[in-house]
Design a protein around this ligand. Structure first.
Ligand SMILES: [Fe+2]
Ligand SMILES: [Fe+2]
Length: 283
């Protein structure tokens, strides 16, 4: 059995207690003796004041794999973010036991002239987020030897709500057809959800700090912080995929205070929880 912890969207710069939240996540990983940890992105800006957070992560004694999030490259080139995170490539794969774990980089945009990594400093009208052809070809290759795979990405590969999910999601779903994709996991949506498309479960991991709400005209923004750093532990065995989530509460403002009575927003559930699920394996 393989066990791993997944967290995302800590947004250290937004939190007064970012280090404490990170420490709690890492301590839980140690207590649970997971095989590895995945950060699904939007961890912190790649700046000097966040070096202690990276040192804490490196000293935890468990391998930590990073996914590039839009906030990790909103004002920085990808090379700077990679160097900060200690990553060699923006997308990568690693194997453990009978499984291959694939980490995508969905932080690209596409215009008439080509496919480019964030940031889009020129503000050229474009399609985004986007997974470029080169990465799609690489993904297809990774899935083509029949190995059972789990795919991680910052943005959703299925969420159709405005520009939450990647714009060329159908291209990715098509690559998955007939392949051994056991599970996809994403962050970015600051909520929790499970969608099943083409027999593949797509699970969205809640933020480790907050539900970030903004008004329809984009003028008003509120960060609705959770009391606890939400994250999940995933167990893979021969029969099941068990996603062990957790529940928390809001620290102050709640969704109904910003007019969200049904707790659905941006295509996900915004209760202060990371949903738990037991999925029967079909592959
Ligand atoms: Fe985020
Ligand atoms: Fe994000």
């Amino acid at each position: 059995m393989i066990r791993f912890l997944v967290f995302c969207d800590l947004h250290m710069e937004d939190c007064v207690d970012g280090m404490e939240r990170l420490e709690r996540i890492l301590n839980h990983a140690k207590e649970e003796q997971v095989d590895f940890i995945v950060s699904l992105g939007d961890l912190c800006f790649p700046t000097e004041d966040h070096i202690p957070a990276m040192e804490l992560i490196r000293s935890c004694g468990i391998p930590v794999y990073h996914t590039i999030g839009n906030h990790d490259v909103q004002d920085w080139e990808i090379e700077q973010s990679l160097q900060f995170l200690g990553k060699e490539k923006p997308y990568e794969a690693f194997e453990m036991g009978e499984y291959r774990f694939i980490i995508l980089d969905t932080c690209y945009w596409k215009s008439e002239t080509g496919e480019y990594h964030f940031p889009n400093k020129q503000r050229i009208p474009s399609l985004y987020p986007w997974v470029p052809k080169e990465q799609r070809d690489w993904l297809n290759e990774q899935l083509s030897d029949g190995k059972k795979c789990v795919v991680f990405s910052h943005m959703s590969l299925v969420n159709p709500f405005m520009r939450r999910g990647i714009a060329n999601k159908e291209d990715i779903q098509q690559i998955f057809e007939g392949k051994n994709v056991l599970l996809c996991m994403n962050g970015h949506d600051h909520g929790s959800d499970l969608k099943k498309i083409g027999g593949v479960p797509y699970y969205t991991v809640s933020s480790a700090s907050q539900f970030c709400w903004w008004s329809a005209d984009g003028r008003k923004v509120e960060n609705l912080f959770y009391k606890d750093p939400l994250h999940v532990i995933v167990e893979l065995d021969e029969d099941e995929i068990r996603i062990q989530g957790m529940a928390s509460d809001f620290e102050g403002l709640r969704p109904e205070d910003v007019g969200i009575d049904d707790y659905r927003w941006n295509g996900v559930d915004v209760h202060p929880v990371a949903q738990s699920h037991v999925l029967k394996r079909t592959k």
